[in-house]
Design a binder for this molecule. Structure first.
Ligand code: BES
Ligand code: ZN
Length: 847
C-alpha cells in the first residue's frame, strides 16, 4: 500500500533539539505560532526536515536571517531546509505560522471546544501547530508563552511569569512534541494539594467550565489515590510543582497524558451521584490513574517510534488495572478485564484487522490505538510478571526506570531489563509482541497408577500476512481439586514452550483440574468438559476467575444449543440457583456470574466452532434463557432484590456498587415476569443515576420504556453527558427489529449534534452495540453505519475510522450479510477524498 511506514526503516533524527521556545498569539481564526528551535547537527551534511500540515508560513529564518525560497522546500507534509543553507554547528531556527483553531473539526492539533482553546497532539497532531520534528524520539525542553484575552492560560510544566492577557510556562523535563499541551479559556478549578514522599509540594487543579465545578470532587480524590498508589506500588513520585487536569466536551479519545497538563474527555471527569453511574465512577478513577501513571511510563520514558506504542500503553493499562484491583474488589476486576480482552481483543484477532501488539507497518498510526496494543499489551506485561514473580517484576521495573529515564525506548529495551534481572532468555516470549493471533490450547488428561497427566497442544490460527505461527511461551497457572472441592494442588505455574507438552502430578485420586487460573495467558482453552464438571467448578473452584469462567462456558454452551432449539440445560439452571443462595459470595461476583455472554460474544463463539451465527436466533436464545432463569428462581430473585436495597446516601465504593449491580441483574430478570412493575417503581424512586439509568435500560429492553424514556429526556435535556447516555440506550437497548428506525429517527433529532464525538458514538455506537439490530436482515444497519462514516470522515477522520471497526466481524455471517457488508465497505473505499484514516481501515477490512 502506498504511504506505508515500516519499522525496519527507522533511522535516528540527525539533529539534537535541546530547547524550544513557543509563543502563541491566540485568535479563533488566525492564531500565530512563533517557534524558536535550538538545533545541533549530530553529524555533517544532513538537511533539516520538519513536519508540518495545514500551516500558513509567515516567516522562516536561521539565527536572525530570513531564508530565501531556494534554501528550502515546502510540501503538503513538511518543510526541508537544504543542508547548504544550514550553518556549521548549532543554530536557532525561527518560524512563524498561522493556524485556524476554530476551523479544526478533526480535534487534532490546536482546536476549539465551547469557546475554549485546547490541544491534542498524540500521535502526530503537533505538526498541525508548527513546523517541527514531530516524532517521539526527539525530546526537548519547552518554554511556552501564551497571549490571549482569556482568564486561564495553561501549558505543560511549572508556571512562570504571567500578567493580564499572557502567561509563561516552563517544562524542565525533556519531552517529545506529542506530550505538548495548551489550554486557554474561562475555566474554574477544584484544587487540592499533595506532598510527595520526598517532600515536594504539588498543587492539584481540576479545570472545568463554570457550572461544572460541583462534579469534580471524585476526580480530585482519584488523582490523589493514584499518586499515593504509584509511590507505594512502583516507588514513582511526581516531578513538577503543579498537576493540571482539564475537562473538555469535544475530544476524540478518553483522555491524554500531556506532561503536567492532562486533558480529559469531560465524561471521564465530571461525576455526581445524580448524573454518573457506578460504572462511570469506576471508569473515571481508572482513567485518571492511567493518565497519571503515564507520567513515568510514557512521559519520563517514552517510545522511540510509534511501532513501540504498547511499550507505554500496554504497561500503563497493566498499571491502571492493578491500581483498580488494589483499591476496589480485586478478583471481580480481573474477571472484567479478562472478559473485555476476550470479547474485544480476541474478536480483533479473529478478523481482518488482526495485528501484533507491536506492528511492523502502518499507514495511519491513529488506527493502531487498538485493543491489541492496549489490552493484549497489558496481558503481556502480566505474563512477564508471572514469569518473573512479584519481587523479580519490581526489580525489573526499578531497573527499567533507572536505566531508561529520559529516553525514548523500544520493546527490546523493555524485555532486556527482564532478561537482566531474571537471567532468562526471553527471545521466544518476544513473539507475544511481534506476532499476531490468539493461540488455542487443546488440553487432554489421563489418570493411571496415582499419576495425573495433563497434555497441552498449542496452535495459532493464521492472521493477515502471517500464515505460519511458531509456538509461544505460555504461562499456565494450574490448580487441582479433589471431588469434595478441596485443593490437592494449590496454584502453580507451568511454562509451556513446545508445540505439545505434558505435565504430571502424583495424586491419590483423579482430580478435577482448574486450568489457566486468573486467566494467566491470553489464549483460548479448548477442553472437553461435561456440564456437570463445569457446574462443579462453578460451585467449588478456589480461583475466582475460573469459577466465573466455568459458569460462563456453561452458559455459552447452553445458549448455543438453544439457538438451534434446545431447552435450557438443567445443570445450568441448578448452578445459578446455588449461586443465588450462597451468601458467602460477593454480590458483584454473583452479578458477573448472572450476566449472560453478550450476543456478539456468542456469535464469535459460534463462528470459532465452525458455525454461522444467526443474530436473531442468538437474541431469541438469550431472551429465552433469561426468562427460564427468572421463572425457575423467581422467589429467590425477588427476595434478593428486596434484600439488596442500598439505603442512605449514595457512595460509589465497591461494596454498595456491587450490591446495586446484583440488584439490577435481579431486576432485569424479574422484569421478564412482573410486567415492569418493579423497574417502573425503581425508576420513579431512584435518587442516583446508577438505578435510574439501570431501570430505564431494563424497561427499554423489555419494550416498556416509552414513558420513562420521555421523563428521563425531559429531566436531563440540558446535561450533555446524561443525554449521551440517553441516545446510547435508546438504540442499544431497543428491540432489534426497530433499532435501525429508532437510530434514523434520532439522527434527525435536534439534540443530535453529530460533530461532537461523544454524541456521535452514543448514537452510531448504540446501533452497533445492538447486535441483532445492526445485523438486521435487510442490511439497513450496515447502510446506516456506512452513510454516517462517509459523512463524518471529512470532519473527523479519526473518529470515523475508529467506528468502522464495527464491520470487522463481517466474515462470520452468512453469504447474504457478507455480500451486503462488502458492498458498503466498497462504497466507502470508493468515496472521493477519503481520509488516510478511513481509507486504510476500509481497505484492511475488505482484506
Ligand atoms: N495516550 C492515550 C490517548 C490517545 C490515544 C491520544 C490515541 C491520541 C491517540 C491515553 O493515555 C489513553 O490511552 N487513553 C485511553 C484511556 C485509557 C484508560 C486506556 C483512551 O483515550 O481511550
Ligand atoms: Zn494511555
Amino acid at each position: 500500500m502506498d504511504g506505508t511506514i515500516y519499522l525496519s526503516d527507522y533511522t535516528p533524527y540527525p539533529f539534537d533539539l535541546d530547547q524550544v521556545h513557543l509563543t502563541f498569539r491566540l485568535a479563533p481564526s488566525a492564531t500565530r505560532v512563533l517557534a524558536r528551535l535550538h538545533l545541533t547537527p549530530k553529524g555533517e551534511g544532513a538537511s533539516l526536515h520538519l513536519d508540518g500540515e495545514d500551516l500558513k508560513l509567515i516567516s522562516l529564518g536561521i539565527d536572525g536571517t530570513a531564508l530565501q525560497p531556494a534554501d528550502y522546500l515546502m510540501t503538503e507534509t513538511g518543510l526541508t531546509v537544504h543542508a547548504a543553507a544550514l550553518p556549521e554547528g548549532a543554530f536557532t531556527l525561527e518560524t512563524e505560522v498561522e493556524i485556524a483553531p476554530n476551523a479544526n473539526t478533526a480535534l487534532e492539533g490546536l482546536y476549539m471546544s465551547n469557546g475554549m482553546y485546547c490541544t491534542q497532539c498524540e500521535a502526530e497532531g503537533f505538526r498541525k501547530i508548527t513546523f517541527y520534528p514531530d516524532r517521539p524520539d526527539v525530546m526537548a525542553r519547552f518554554h511556552v508563552r501564551i497571549e490571549g484575552d482569556l482568564p486561564v492560560l495553561l501549558s505543560n510544566g511549572n508556571a512562570g511569569a504571567s500578567g493580564q492577557g499572557w502567561a509563561e510556562w516552563d517544562d524542565p523535563w525533556p519531552k517529545p512534541a506529542y506530550l505538548f499541551a495548551l489550554v486557554a479559556g474561562d475555566l474554574v478549578a477544584t484544587s487540592g494539594k499533595f506532598t510527595t514522599k520526598s517532600g515536594l509540594e504539588v498543587d492539584l487543579n481540576i479545570w472545568v467550565r463554570p457550572g461544572d465545578e460541583d462534579r469534580c470532587d471524585f476526580a480530585l480524590e482519584s488523582l490523589v489515590r493514584s499518586m499515593v498508589w504509584d509511590e507505594e506500588a512502583y516507588g514513582r513520585e511526581y516531578d513538577l510543582s503543579v498537576f493540571n487536569l482539564v475537562a473538555v466536551d469535544d475530544f476524540n479519545m478518553g483522555a491524554m497524558e500531556n506532561k503536567g497538563l492532562n486533558i480529559f474527555n469531560s465524561k471521564l471527569v465530571l461525576a455526581s451521584p445524580e448524573t454518573a453511574t457506578d460504572t462511570d465512577y469506576m471508569r473515571i478513577e481508572a482513567v485518571i490513574g492511567h493518565e497519571y501513571f503515564h507520567n513515568w511510563t510514557g512521559d519520563r520514558i517514552t517510545c522511540r517510534d510509534w511501532f513501540q506504542l504498547c511499550l507505554k500503553e500496554g504497561l500503563t493499562v497493566f498499571r491502571d488495572q492493578s491500581f483498580t484491583r488494589d483499591v476496589r474488589l480485586g478478583p471481580v476486576k480481573r474477571i472484567e478485564d479478562a472478559a473485555t480482552l476476550r470479547t474485544r481483543q480476541f474478536r480483533e484477532d479473529q478478523g481482518p484487522l488482526a495485528h501484533p501488539p507491536r506492528p511492523n507497518h502502518y499507514r495511519e498510526i491513529n488506527n493502531f490505538y487498538t485493543v491489541t496494543v492496549y489490552e493484549k499489551g497489558a496481558e503481556i506485561v502480566g505474563m512477564l510478571k508471572r514469569l518473573a514473580g512479584d519481587e523479580g517484576y519490581r526489580r525489573a521495573l526499578d531497573l527499567y526506570f533507572d536505566r531508561h529515564d529520559g529516553q525514548a525506548c523500544t520493546i527490546e529495551d523493555w524485555l532486556k531489563v527482564f532478561e537482566d534481572v531474571t537471567g532468562r532468555d526471553l527471545s521466544q516470549f518476544a513473539l507475544w509482541y511481534t506476532s499476531a493471533g490468539t493461540p488455542h490450547l487443546k488440553v487432554t488428561d489421563t489418570y493411571a497408577d496415582g499419576r495425573y497427566t495433563l497434555t497441552f497442544r498449542q496452535s495459532t490460527p493464521p492472521t493477515p500476512g502471517e500464515a505460519e505461527k511458531a509456538p509461544r511461551h505460555i504461562p499456565i497457572a494450574l490448580g487441582l481439586l479433589d471431588l469434595q472441592g478441596r485443593e490437592v494442588l494449590s496454584t502453580q505455574l507451568l511454562e509451556m514452550t513446545e508445540e505439545e507438552q505434558s505435565f504430571s502430578f502424583d495424586v491419590a485420586e483423579k482430580p478435577v483440574p482448574s486450568i489457566l487460573r486468573d486467566f494467566s495467558a491470553p489464549v483460548v482453552l479448548q477442553r472437553e468438559q461435561s456440564p456437570e464438571e463445569q457446574a462443579f467448578l462453578l460451585a467449588h473452584d478456589t480461583d475466582g476467575f475460573n469459577r466465573w469462567e466455568a459458569g460462563r462456558s456453561l452458559a455459552q454452551r447452553t445458549l448455543i444449543d438453544m439457538t438451534t432449539g434446545a431447552e435450557p440445560a438443567p445443570a445450568y439452571l441448578e448452578a445459578i440457583g446455588n449461586l443465588l443462595a450462597d451468601d458467602t459470595l460477593e454480590p458483584a461476583f454473583i452479578a458477573h456470574c448472572l450476566a449472560l455472554p453478550g450476543e456478539d460474544e456468542l456469535a464469535q463463539a459460534i463462528f470459532a466452532a465452525g458455525g454461522t451465527p444467526d443474530p436473531d436466533a442468538i437474541h431469541a436464545a438469550r431472551n429465552a434463557l433469561s426468562k427460564a432463569i427468572a421463572t425457575t428462581h423467581e422467589t429467590r430473585l425477588a427476595a434478593l432484590y428486596d434484600a439488596l436495597e442500598v439505603k442512605g446516601p449514595y457512595s460509589p465504593d465497591a461494596e454498595p456498587a456491587g450490591k446495586r449491580g446484583l440488584r439490577l441483574a435481579c431486576l432485569s430478570l424479574l422484569t421478564k415476569l412482573d410486567g415492569g412493575t418493579r423497574a417502573k417503581a425503581l425508576f420513579d424512586q431512584a435518587n442516583n443515576m446508577t438505578e435510574s439509568f439501570g431501570a430505564l435500560s431494563i424497561l427499554i429492553r423489555a419494550g416498556l420504556g416509552q414513558e420513562a424514556s420521555q421523563a428521563f429526556r425531559n429531566r436531563w435535556q440540558d446535561n450533555r453527558l446524561v443525554m449521551d447516555k440517553w441516545f446510547m440506550v435508546e438504540v442499544a437497548a431497543c428491540p432489534p427489529e426497530s433499532a435501525v428506525s429508532r437510530a434514523r429517527e434520532l439522527a434527525q433529532d435536534s439534540a443530535f449534534d453529530w460533530k461532537n464525538p461523544n454524541r456521535f458514538r452514543a448514537l452510531v455506537g448504540g446501533l452497533t452495540a445492538n447486535h441483532a439490530g445492526f445485523h438486521a436482515k435487510d442490511g439497513s444497519g450496515y447502510a446506516f453505519l456506512a452513510d454516517w462514516l462517509i459523512k463524518l470522515d471529512p470532519m473527523n477522520p479519526q473518529t470515523a475510522a475508529r467506528m468502522s471497526t464495527s464491520f470487522e466481524t463481517w466474515r462470520r455471517y452468512d453469504a447474504t450479510r457478507q455480500q451486503m457488508i462488502r458492498e458498503e465497505l466498497t462504497r466507502i473505499t470508493e468515496t472521493r477524498g477519503l481520509s488516510r484514516d478511513l481509507s486504510e481501515m476500509s481497505q484492511r477490512l475488505l482484506g
